[in-house]
Unconditional design. Sequence first.
Length: 194
Amino acid sequence: MKALNSVCVYCGSSSRVAAVHKEAAHMLGDGLARRGIQLVYGGGRVGLMGIAADAALAAGGQVVGIIPEHIQSAEIEHTGLTELHVVDSMHTRKRMMVDRADAFVVLPGGLGTLDEAFEILTWKQLGLHDKPVVIADVDGYWRPLLGLIEHTVAQGFTQPAHRALYTVVDDVDDVFAALAYEPEPTLKIPTQKL
């Protein structure tokens, strides 16, 4: 089994959300830190992003934030992180987050979270990485999205095998078991000359 040293968390920056989502972000940040796993995220101090980072820091964990200059200039960056990287663009941010992570967890969020989640799934589909992607369907939040993905499969736009690009769990407790998943090695059968 590969060592899991860092996890990139995609989640919302809104604080106007249900308490169950705030609790999930806290549990994930705390759980990562207690397992000695570094949290990599978008560098914000607000919403679920800030909650997850604060929980990890409070539990003695390491937190790496990566934030673009145009967002940092709005003064929403978290200034108490282990590392804060200010980068020139969203593209640089997303690439650096991928490079720094051994796996990805998608918590509830909005358009930015959807963008990051679909990008990381597309990159995996294209073979640009083979890292675990876990969608935490907290309180059924991602059910409509998962239904949309099934619709794309039913309509022939997504291959049924692409369901294996990600794992869906119902709560944060199940995230850690899902992250331990190792894909089966491909069995190569030697060809014989007749």
